[in-house]
Design a protein around this ligand. Structure first.
Ligand SMILES: Nc1ncnc2c1ncn2[C@@H]1O[C@H](COP(=O)(O)OP(=O)(O)OP(=O)(O)O)[C@@H](O)[C@H]1O
Length: 292
């Protein structure tokens, strides 16, 4: 979907050695012998420690995980297990204490703040639980905001893509409305259109249905799934809800800052069974964080 034949981007992984002089260890992003799709984004030995000394909290603890291109992955785990930290690091919204995040062939941890901001605008979409729309802008203006920020004009191809997205997301008759004139589900659909507009490498969604009633939540999940199946989008979503996770192709489980499980073709029942097993393990292991 994205620019396959562009020159190397700033921060592109070196082919031979990393800046530390060690061999670049990122595995090749090709299709594996098992048919797993190439990775859109990878966490490599990723750790995040908040605070120092006695107050230090290890939110992520040497996490290694890859998210397949064109796949819908849900991240689940107990409260405080590190899901949001992982998502924010993967999206370049925060920086790791150690380890690397590799988006396609770009090592985010090698980029300075300006390069990271540009990369986020061009290659990453984000959908937040609280929608994060600008209240004084109409739905259309909110959707087109990423282009405004990037100083890109709306050419004919972009307008056609905008029209397609607006049609798929059922927003055609809401474009002139302000966010305050839209329901929560409609606001989240505007946020999804905004996230998809630049055809990002990955859309990260943090509890996107957390503020929605179950019907609007199901619509939003259907649309995220449609964006994966029909538009080839890669989506990585944090959720607490096993029914929501079952919309995904895969569920990655996080416990105590570590990757604790990986489930393909999830159903609400299999997801719940894995979460229950994690909770059991936490209760019987004094070293594992409390599962609430
Ligand atoms: N800015 C911060 N400063 C200090 N500690 C933090 C910070 N952000 C997160 N933490 C801690 O890191 C750990 C992981 O937090 P994180 O928000 O990633 O968990 P989570 O799985 O997303 O939780 P929840 O499901 O409740 O949102 C928790 O112990 C949390 O208190």
């Amino acid at each position: 979907m994205n620019d396959a034949h562009v020159p190397p981007r700033p921060g592109a992984l070196p082919t031979a050695t990393s800046p530390t002089g060690t061999a670049a260890t990122a595995p090749a992003a090709g299709v594996s012998p098992t048919g797993t799709p190439p990775a859109a984004v990878r966490a490599l030995d990723l750790s995040k420690v908040y605070g120092t000394g006695e107050a230090a909290v290890r939110a992520l603890d040497h996490a290694d995980v890859a998210f397949g291109s064109g796949e819908f992955t849900a991240i689940m785990g107990a409260s405080g297990s590190g899901k949001s930290t992982l998502l924010h690091l993967l999206a370049g919204l925060d920086s790791p204490t150690t380890g690397r995040v590799v988006l396609g062939d770009t090592d985010l941890t090698l980029l300075d703040d300006d390069a990271l901001t540009l990369l986020r605008r061009a290659r990453i979409g984000f959908v937040f639980q609280s929608f994060n729309l600008l209240p004084m802008f109409t739905a259309e203006q909110n959707i087109l905001l990423p282009l405004e920020l990037a100083g890109r004009r709306v050419d004919a191809a972009t307008r056609a893509w905008f029209d397609q997205l607006v049609g798929i997301l059922g927003l055609r008759d809401r474009l002139t409305h302000l966010p305050s004139e839209l329901s929560g589900g409609q606001q989240q659909r505007v946020a999804i259109a905004r996230a998809l507009l630049t055809r990002p490498d990955v859309v990260f969604a943090d509890e996107p249905t957390g503020n929605l009633d179950s019907r609007s939540g199901a619509e939003v999940l259907d649309l995220l799934r449609t964006s994966v199946r029909e538009l080839g989008q890669t989506v990585v979503m944090v959720t607490h809800d096993s029914a929501a996770a079952a919309y995904a192709d895969r569920v990655v489980l996080v416990a105590d800052g570590r990757i604790a499980g990986d489930l393909r073709r999830p159903t609400p029942e299999t997801v719940q069974a894995h979460l229950d097993a994690l909770r059991e393990a936490a209760l019987t292991s004094p070293t594992t964080a409390q599962v609430r």
